[in-house]
Structure formats: structure tokens, C-alpha cells
Design a protein around this ligand. Structure first.
Ligand code: 5GP
Length: 210
């Protein structure tokens, strides 16, 4: 059956492993596509243009804002991040499940525009483990790590806006849990009523001549 794809928003504290989880889903299942955000932060060592992000300067980002090219955008620890509209719309219309990995403020803006999106918040098993993961990836300066931990304190209160909270303790378990939640979202009644209606109409035709 081909229908509109499910839009899933994945948020969580920096260092929780959102990127690892969402990349694994896109790698393992062809139905998932990851939205590529625009950002004004600098690429990390292994990040590629157009894969992890579209990297741009403030002027280019602000031009996209002026052109209304974003579903949402937000400031996060000194930089802009935003979700380009066109790609998300095309993929959903083609029946793909689109995953957005974005922070809380952006997630709330998406929920307003697309109320039937699926909102998932990933958390680490503990604060200590989060600090260990953030320091362990070795891509950020000490002050940036501190700023991200402070931001996590603020974001904790936003978790109640999400449909599900998934603990990323064992990676494989976390990936299969998120996959299952997206599959379940396909069966939500609201999204299936049109299908029921189509079958009903076919049945009416079928019993007409009896
Ligand atoms: P990072 O710099 O670690 O790649 O991302 C920092 C934060 O920005 C993460 O919480 C990430 O989910 C969020 N983020 C990435 N892209 C977007 C986006 O397009 N919009 C918003 N609002 N947040 C984003």
C-alpha cells in the first residue's frame, strides 16, 4: 500500500546518539529518509556537505529564512539550524518516512504545522553517561561541551511535549524500538480512515448488483 509517509521528529540531549540511531535506520530500511538540515556551524572532521548538513554562512541562512524555505529554524549554542521545506514535502508525498533530527524549539514548531507527526525524545541512561559520550567523541572544545550540557538542562523540561521517550542504553535495542514506533504510527486510525473509506466505496459498488 502506498500512502503518505510518516514524519518523525527525533530530539534528545546532545551526545545521546540521535545521529547514530537515525543513520542506522536509514541504512537498514529503505523506507526511511533523513532530512538534511542547514546550519551555520562549522563541519566536524568527518562531516560532508549535503550529507550531515548543508553548511552555510549567516547571510546564506538568512536568505533562506527570507525566502520562507524552512519548515522551522532555531538557534542552538551560537548557531542557526533549519529544516528545508521542499525535500520533506517531496519525500512524504512519495510515501517515504521522513526523519528529522532536531532540537526542542524546532520540534515544537513542526508539531504545530504537522500535528500528526510522531515525536520521539531519546535520552541517555544517566547524566554521567551523557557527559562521557560527549567528551568521548572528541569533536568539541570543553566550553562547547559545557554549553551543550547546560542546554540539556533546559531541554529536559521539554520532554513532556513528545509522544515517546526512548532510552538509548543498548544501541540495537534503541534502534529497533524507534523503528517499531514508526511502524505503529502507520496504523494510527486517523491516517487510515481514507483507506477505510476507499474500501467502503468499493464494497458499495460490489453489493449494488446483488
Ligand atoms: P549538532 O551541532 O550536534 O549537529 O546539532 C546540535 C543540535 O541541533 C542537535 O540537538 C540537533 O538535533 C539540532 N538540529 C540539527 N538540525 C536541526 C534543524 O534543522 N532544526 C533544529 N531546530 N535543530 C536542529
Amino acid at each position: 500500500m502506498k500512502g503518505k509517509g510518516v514524519l518523525t521528529v527525533v530530539s534528545g540531549f546532545s551526545g545521546t546518539g540521535k545521529g547514530t540511531v537515525t543513520k542506522a535506520l536509514a541504512r537498514d530500511y529503505s523506507q526511511y529518509v533523513l532530512s538534511v538540515s542547514a546550519t551555520t556551524r562549522k563541519p566536524r572532521n568527518d562531516e560532508r556537505e549535503g550529507v550531515e548538513y548543508y553548511f552555510m554562512d549567516n547571510a546564506a541562512f538568512e536568505k533562506m529564512i527570507a525566502e520562507d524555505a524552512f519548515y522551522e529554524y532555531a538557534g542552538y549554542v551560537d548557531h542557526y539550524y533549519g529544516t528545508p521545506k521542499a525535500f520533506v514535502d517531496e519525500q512524504l508525498a512519495a510515501g517515504k518516512d521522513v526523519i528529522l533530527e532536531i532540537e526542542l524549539q524546532g520540534a515544537l514548531k513542526i508539531k504545530k504545522q504537522i500535528p500528526d507527526c510522531l515525536m520521539i525524545f531519546l535520552i541517555p541512561p544517566s547524566a554521567k553517561e551523557l557527559e562521557r559520550r560527549l567528551s568521548g567523541r572528541g569533536t568539541e572544545e570543553k566550553e562547547v561541551i559545557q554549553a551543550r550540557l547546560r542546554r540539556a538542562v533546559e531541554e529536559a523540561d521539554g520532554a513532556e511535549a513528545y509522544d515517546y521517550i526512548v532510552v538509548n542504553d543498548d544501541l540495537e535495542t534503541c534502534i529497533s524500538c524507534v523503528h517499531q514506533l514508526i511502524q505503529d504510527a502507520h496504523c494510527r486510525a486517523a491516517g487510515r480512515l481514507k483507506l477505510v473509506q476507499d474500501i467502503k466505496n468499493d464494497l458499495i459498488e460490489m453489493v449494488k448488483g446483488e
